[in-house]
Design a protein around this ligand. Structure first.
Ligand code: IVH
Length: 711
C-alpha cells in the first residue's frame, strides 16, 4: 500500500482515511458541544488545531474528502448575485402585543373564533423572539438542499451555500426519521461576543462597523462569497417549519423536540403553558435573563400548541392568527443633545432632529434621534445642551423621550419653531397633520414652498424611485442627492431623460464627481446599468404610479383601491379635470376605505396645473401606466355578498368570515337586494329568511353551505 509523503507517521491510505474520519467526528462533537449545548470542553485554539490537521490531510489527499468534512461547508465559489427562491408557504411576520391586556384580548379572540368555552384551557407554547433574520432550510431525503432568506415573504434569496457554512445547522439529517421533504424555519443570528469581535476586525480593516448583531448577521448571511460567511460565526435556532411531506406530531412542542433530535439547535427557554398568567411569569423570567443570554432577543412569542387549531385559525395577509409576539420594553439610555437640525420631508413637514453625543443602545450606536415636532419640543421643554433619555425600539427611528431637567447646569435657550423653511426660505406654517407614529393629528410646521423647495423636490424624487413606487434599482438616496446637486434630475420626469442627456453629453456625468479620474470607468458602468433599470421600469401598474406621485395622505393600499375603481390613468385624468365637479369627489369617497382627506388631496392634485402636468409629462416621456386588472382568483363565490343568520354549529362567525373572504366573497351585516346568499344556522331570524326568499336571495342551511363551498 502507498506510503504517505507529507503527512509523516500516518501509515497507509486506509489509515489516513480512518484518521480523517475520526477527526471529522471529533470536530462534529465539539461543534455540537459549542453550538447546541453551549458547553465547549476544549479551547478555541485546540479546536483550530483540529481543523488545521484536517486541512493538512485534505490538502495532500483531496480524494479522501467526504461530505462529512467541515471544510465541505465552504465548498462553493462566490456567486455574482443570489437567485430567487419562492416560498411555497409564505414566510409571514407576527403580530405584536405590548402588554397583558393585549395578550388577553388576543386569547379571547382565539377562543371566540374557535368557539372554545371560557373554562376550557388552551395550550400555548412560549419561546424567545430571536432578533436575527429568519431563514428557510429545505432537506430532501435527509440532505440539505436549499437555504433561503425570508425576502419579501413570498420570494427569498437563495443563500444555500452560505447557510451550509453555519456550523450549528446539520448538512444531513437521519433520513429514516425525517420526512422525505422537510422545511425547517428559524432565526440566523450572531452572538454578542462574535458581534464585538467582528466589529473590531471591521474597524482594523478600515470598514464601517455594524450597528447591531442583527445587521451583522444579515450582512454576513448575504455575502456573495460563502467563505466570507463562514468566517462570521453565525448561529441558528429552529422555531417553525414550512412545507413538509408529512409531520409526525400534531403539536408544536413535540415537533420542536423532534427537530432537536434530528440535530437542529432549538432555544432552551421554551415551555408549554395553560394560562396567560403562566405565560407572563415565563415572560418576566426570560426578561430578567435577557442581559446574560449572550444574544439579542426582543420579546417572547406565544403560539397555539395544537396544529388543528392553527389550521382553523389561518393567517391574515401579514401574520398567522395563532401566534403573537409579546415585545420587551424598548431600550433607553441617557446622552447629551449637541444640536438640533431641521429635516424637510417630501410634503414639506419640518421635523426637528437631535444630534446626540453618540451612545450605544441595545448594541446600536445612536447619534441622531427624532424630536417629533416643535410643539412637542416645547411641551417637553427640550433644549440644546440638555441631557436626555433616548429610546430605541427595534427598527424604529430612535426618539428623544424627555430632558433630565435636574442636570441642566447652564441657562440654555428655548427652541423656537421656525418661521421659514431652512432650505428654501419660504414661509413655514402650522398645520394639523396625521402623525404616522401616534396616529393622531398633531401640529406640525410645514414649508409652503411646494415645488420650489429643493428639499421637498429631492424627497419627492426619492419617494418616486423607492421600492413601493417605481422601484428603480441603482437610483437610491445617495445617487438622487448627487444627480440633484448636479442638476441632472430636478423632477421625477428627468429620470426618464437621463439616458438621452448622457448620450448627448457623456462628460456631464462625471465632471462633477470628485475622486480619481480612473473611477470614470466604474461610473460609466453604473450609469449604463442605471439606464437599463430605468428602462425596465418604464411600464408601471396604476396603483404604484399613483403612489409614486407623492399625493399627500395617499398610501399604497388606498392607491390600489382607487386604481381598481378607475382602471386607467386616462379615466382618472378625465374624471378629475381642471374644473372640479362635485361628482368626482363624491365618487372617490363612495369607495370604501377612501377618506375625505385623501379624496380632497387627490382631487386637488389633479386640478392643480403644476401637479397635473407632472402626470402628463411622465406619460409623454414614455412612462406606460398599465390598465389595472390585477388577477383575482375566481371561485364559485367570488364577489358574492353573503349574510349569516343564527349561530353556526361547525364554526364560529369569525371563522366563517375568514373562510368566506379567502374565497373572494364578502360577509355583510344586512339583507338587501345586493345580497347573494343567506346562510341559516341555529335559531335564525325567520323574518330574514322570508325576506330573503322574497328578494330572490338563495338560502342555504349550514350543512348545505359547507357542501357547496367544499365541492
Ligand atoms: S414564529 C410567523 N418564533 O419573528 C410565525 N418567529 O416570525 C412563524 N422570530 O421575522 C414564526 N423568533 O424572524 C417565530 N421564536 C420565534 C421567533 C420568530 C424570531 C421572528 C422571525 C420573523 C418574525 C415573525
Amino acid at each position: 500500500m502507498k506510503k504517505l509523503k507529507s503527512a509523516e507517521g500516518l501509515g497507509s491510505e486506509l489509515e489516513v482515511k480512518d484518521k480523517l474520519s475520526n477527526l471529522y467526528s471529533e470536530v462534529k462533537k465539539h461543534d455540537d458541544l459549542y453550538y447546541k449545548k453551549h458547553n465547549p470542553v476544549i479551547s478555541d485554539n485546540e479546536y483550530d488545531e483540529l481543523r488545521r490537521s484536517i486541512d493538512k490531510i485534505e490538502k495532500d489527499f483531496p480524494l479522501l474528502i467526504s461530505s462529512l468534512s467541515p471544510s465541505s461547508r465552504v465548498g462553493a465559489n462566490p456567486s455574482e448575485k443570489f437567485g430567487k427562491i419562492k416560498h411555497s408557504v409564505p414566510m409571514l411576520s407576527i403580530q405584536n402585543a405590548k402588554n397583558k391586556e393585549e395578550i388577553i384580548s388576543w386569547s379571547d379572540g382565539l377562543k371566540n373564533f374557535l368557539r372554545i368555552e371560557d373554562n376550557i384551557s388552551i395550550d400555548y407554547v412560549a419561546e424567545p423572539k430571536i432578533d436575527g433574520l429568519s431563514a428557510s432550510i429545505i432537506y430532501v431525503d435527509g440532505v440539505l438542499k436549499v437555504g433561503a432568506t425570508r425576502g419579501n415573504g413570498s420570494l427569498g434569496e437563495d443563500v444555500t451555500e452560505n447557510i451550509k457554512t453555519i456550523r450549528g445547522i446539520p448538512l444531513t439529517i437521519d433520513k429514516n426519521k425525517a420526512p422525505k421533504i422537510l422545511e425547517i424555519r428559524g432565526e440566523v443570528y450572531m452572538s454578542h461576543d462574535n458581534f464585538y469581535a467582528l466589529n473590531r476586525t471591521q474597524e482594523l480593516e478600515g470598514k464601517e462597523p455594524f450597528k447591531n448583531p442583527r445587521n451583522a448577521a444579515a450582512g454576513s448571511l448575504k455575502q456573495l462569497d460563502p467563505k466570507e460567511t463562514a468566517k462570521r460565526s453565525l448561529e441558528f435556532f429552529a422555531y417553525a417549519w414550512g412545507s413538509t411531506s408529512s409531520l409526525p406530531y400534531d403539536n408544536h412542542y413535540d415537533l420542536m423536540i423532534f427537530f432537536k433530535e434530528l440535530g437542529f439547535p432549538i432555544n432552551s427557554h421554551f415551555g408549554v403553558f395553560e394560562t396567560i398568567d403562566e405565560l407572563l411569569v415565563f415572560y418576566n423570567n426570560v426578561l430578567e435573563k435577557r442581559p446574560s443570554l449572550g444574544y439579542d432577543i426582543d420579546g417572547i412569542v406565544y403560539k397555539i400548541n395544537r396544529l388543528d387549531w392553527r389550521e382553523r385559525l389561518q393567517s391574515t395577509d401579514h401574520h398567522p392568527r395563532w401566534a403573537i409576539a409579546h415585545k420587551f420594553p424598548a431600550e433607553r439610555a441617557v446622552t447629551k443633545i449637541i444640536d438640533i437640525d431641521i429635516q424637510v420631508g417630501r410634503t414639506g413637514v419640518l421635523t426637528p432632529v437631535a444630534r446626540l453625543q453618540p451612545i450605544s443602545i441595545g448594541g446600536a450606536l445612536i447619534s441622531n434621534a427624532s424630536l417629533h415636532n416643535f410643539e412637542e419640543i416645547q411641551r417637553k421643554d427640550i433644549r440644546i445642551g440638555d441631557m436626555v433619555w433616548v429610546q430605541r425600539a427595534g427598527d424604529v427611528i430612535p426618539q428623544v423621550i424627555s430632558a433630565i431637567k435636574e442636570k441642566r447646569l447652564e441657562n440654555l435657550s428655548v427652541i423656537d419653531a421656525p418661521s421659514h423653511c431652512p432650505v428654501c426660505g419660504s414661509i413655514a406654517e402650522k398645520e394639523l397633520v396625521l402623525s404616522g407614529n401616534t396616529k393622531k393629528y398633531e401640529k406640525y410646521i410645514r414649508c409652503m414652498g411646494g415645488f420650489s423647495c429643493d428639499a421637498q423636490a429631492i424627497e419627492r424624487i426619492k419617494h418616486f424611485s423607492s421600492k413601493a413606487a417605481f422601484d428603480i434599482e441603482g437610483l437610491g438616496q445617495k445617487q438622487i442627492d448627487d444627480y440633484f446637486i448636479n442638476k441632472m434630475i430636478k423632477s421625477p420626469v428627468d429620470i426618464f431623460f437621463l439616458e438621452d442627456r448622457y448620450k448627448s453629453n457623456p462628460p456631464s456625468f462625471w465632471q462633477y464627481t470628485s475622486g480619481p479620474k480612473e473611477k470614470i470607468g466604474t461610473i460609466k458602468e453604473s450609469a449604463l446599468k442605471l439606464f437599463k433599470s430605468i428602462d425596465d421600469r418604464r411600464e408601471v401598474d396604476l396603483d404604484r404610479f399613483l403612489f409614486a406621485l407623492g399625493i399627500r395622505h395617499l398610501g399604497l393600499s388606498t392607491a390600489s383601491l382607487i386604481a381598481n375603481h378607475y382602471k386607467s390613468i386616462k379615466v382618472m385624468l378625465d374624471t378629475f379635470s381642471v374644473e372640479r365637479s362635485s361628482s368626482s369627489l363624491e365618487d372617490l369617497q363612495s369607495l370604501g376605505g377612501v377618506g375625505e382627506k385623501v379624496a380632497i388631496s387627490i382631487t386637488e392634485f389633479f386640478e392643480n396645473s403644476e401637479t397635473r402636468s407632472l402626470v402628463i409629462e411622465l406619460i409623454e416621456s414614455g412612462v406606460v401606466v398599465k390598465k389595472f386588472n390585477r388577477e383575482i382568483k375566481e371561485t364559485k363565490i367570488s364577489n358574492k355578498i353573503i349574510l349569516i343568520t343564527g349561530s353556526l354549529q361547525s364554526m364560529s362567525r369569525a371563522e366563517a368570515k375568514v373562510k368566506i373572504e379567502i374565497l373572494g366573497a364578502k360577509l355583510s351585516s344586512s339583507l338587501s337586494k345586493k345580497t347573494d346568499f343567506l346562510i341559516a344556522g341555529i335559531k335564525p331570524t325567520l323574518s330574514k329568511i322570508e325576506k330573503a326568499k322574497e328578494l330572490g336571495v338563495k338560502v342555504f342551511l349550514e350543512d348545505e353551505w359547507n357542501n357547496y363551498i367544499n365541492e
